[in-house]
Ligand binder design. Structure first.
Ligand code: PHE
Length: 498
């Protein structure tokens, strides 16, 4: 174990933290929109296949590896073989970049908690969001001004992360998750109940659940399902490895992975019902077809919901507070997992005290967030998110299978974790992590690369595209560079892992 890294006090605490990382902004608006766009009810088929074939087996792999190696991602891979250490840096670096804008979206949800009082977005939430709230400029190189309200909210988000991570694993991450997650569940259950009982809700729910089987033949729908599962379960970011390294030595792996994976999807499904209920209500009260009220992901939370709230027959402010409050909580519990993964790496490699590592990570993170608080922030967010996520996490997933399932050997990990788990996995798991997942992820990376080359993303100018590619390549190089640096505590590397 590294310096003062701490340990989870209970299994419940670990599960709450793992689900806390998984359940985030992605479950609330991303899932609903992706499901809608990819065939409604039919999407649920590839989604559950992806959960069972990629999601849960990889969760088992990451949790098993972290528990066995007992270190941050960097230390876990370095203990396997110094040649693989860079992978343990690449993943948290992708996390770090994600963190810089993920915290900005959480900041917006805090702004919207405040706007909820008296519905400050007025009668045109669309113009309000892009205009007054974001101060959106004409293009990516027209930076505009820092939006003060957003800046304050983002600072607050970083401050909350700082305080929680500073307090350590047990009294920080674990305690916060044990409060956040049950509270989030209650709040979202209320949103869902309200959503599905509004007049016209069934129009939306039907849209969500009615399968369009023709979509199953479309490879893009399957890729969307893989992507959603990957992001939603925080896979390929070093987060689950880090959290698992804080479990007591002989802890369950397999069942914890199943509980986390199934819990996360059940939550998404419940929220999907509520979100579509609200959209159905909008269609009903405006007389527009539902296709016209469903907007793009960010628009769903910050434009469509405020529009729906304007139309609601009562308790508008309360509903709004609950919805945006829940979004903020969901986001915060995910962002602390991202910060912790990076902090944990720094503590191990550079032999840093927790307080120093937290200060450095949160400080640099906050500075990195600044660009997203400007008038061009949304453009940067969109572009950097695309380059960071499109290839980053999936490539890490493939390499992770190479390192753990091939070099370390899946059978060895399985035989080690089965006896300490509530129930074990069979040989089928070895084949999945050795062959099936690398193949499926390889296919998705390849097809995204082909699409990307055929048609550069989002119509941004060439200079912006180049910046995106440079950032993506730089992240790997930084990972490589840090991975090849010497350890301040060489001893740590050789410590017996059993
Ligand atoms: N799983 C989180 C969500 O769905 C996002 C996340 C990704 C968090 C990776 C941590 C690591 O919003």
């Amino acid at each position: 174990m590294g310096k003062n890294k701490g340990e989870f006090g209970s299994r419940f605490g670990f599960i709450m933290a793992a689900i806390g990382s998984a359940v985030g902004l992605g479950n609330i608006w991303r899932f609903s929109y992706v499901a809608y766009e990819n065939g409604g009810g039919a999407f649920l088929i590839p989604y559950f296949v992806a959960l069972l074939v990629i999601g849960i087996p990889l969760l088992i792999l990451e949790i098993g590896f972290g528990l066995r190696q007992r270190g941050s991602a960097a230390l876990s891979y370095a203990r396997l073989n110094r040649k693989w250490e860079w992978l343990g840096w690449w993943a948290p670096i992708v996390s770090f970049v994600l963190m810089t804008y993920y915290t900005v979206i959480i900041g917006w949800t805090l702004n919207y908690v405040v706007y909820s009082f008296g519905q400050s977005w007025g009668s045109d939430p669309d113009a309000f969001f892009y205009g007054k709230h974001l101060g959106l400029t004409s293009g990516i190189w027209d930076i505009g001004n820092i939006q003060l309200g957003v800046l304050i909210a983002v600072f607050l988000v970083w401050a909350i992360n700082f305080i929680i991570i500073y307090k350590g694993v047990q009294s920080g991450v674990e305690k916060a998750s044990k409060i956040f997650m049950p509270l989030l569940f209650v709040l979202m259950a209320l949103v869902t109940l309200r959503g599905i009982t509004l007049p016209g809700a069934m129009i939306g729910v039907n849209k969500f659940l009615t399968p369009d089987f023709s979509k199953l033949a479309d490879a893009r729908v399957w890729l969307a399902a893989f992507g959603q599962i990957f992001f939603s379960l925080s896979l390929g970011f070093g987060v689950m490895i880090t959290y698992a390294s804080y479990l007591p030595k002989k802890s369950d792996v397999v069942n914890n992975a199943f509980i986390t994976g199934l819990g996360n999807s059940a939550f998404s499904f419940m929220v999907g019902l509520g979100v579509f209920g609200v959209l159905g209500y909008m269609a009903h009260s405006t007389g527009l077809p539902i296709e016209n009220v469903v907007t793009q992901s960010i628009g769903l939370a910050f434009v469509a919901f405020p529009q729906a709230i304007n139309l609601m027959p009562g308790f508008n402010t309360l509903f709004s507070l609950i919805f945006f409050g829940a979004l903020a909580i969901a986001g915060l519990s995910s962002s602390i997992s991202l910060v912790e993964a990076v902090v944990s790496n720094m503590m191990d490699k550079f032999n840093m005290e927790r307080n120093k590592a937290v200060f450095v990570v949160c400080g640099i993170g906050f500075l990195g967030s600044l660009i997203f608080t400007t008038g061009a922030g949304l453009y940067f967010l969109d572009l950097i998110d695309h380059f960071n996520m499109q290839f980053g996490a999936a490539l890490v997933g493939i390499l992770e299978c190479a390192a753990i399932a091939w070099v370390f050997k899946a059978s060895k990990l399985r035989q080690w974790m089965n006896p300490i788990s509530d129930f074990g996995v069979g040989r089928w798991w070895d084949s999945i992590v050795r062959y099936v997942i690398p193949f499926l992820l390889g296919y998705s990376v390849l097809s995204s690369a082909i699409t990307e080359l055929a048609e550069p993303y989002g119509g941004y100018p060439l200079s912006a595209q180049i910046m995106g590619w440079l950032i993506a390549v730089m992240l790997i190089l930084i990972g490589k560079a840090i991975g090849s640096m010497n350890w301040s505590d060489q001893q740590l590397l050789c410590q017996e892992v059993e």
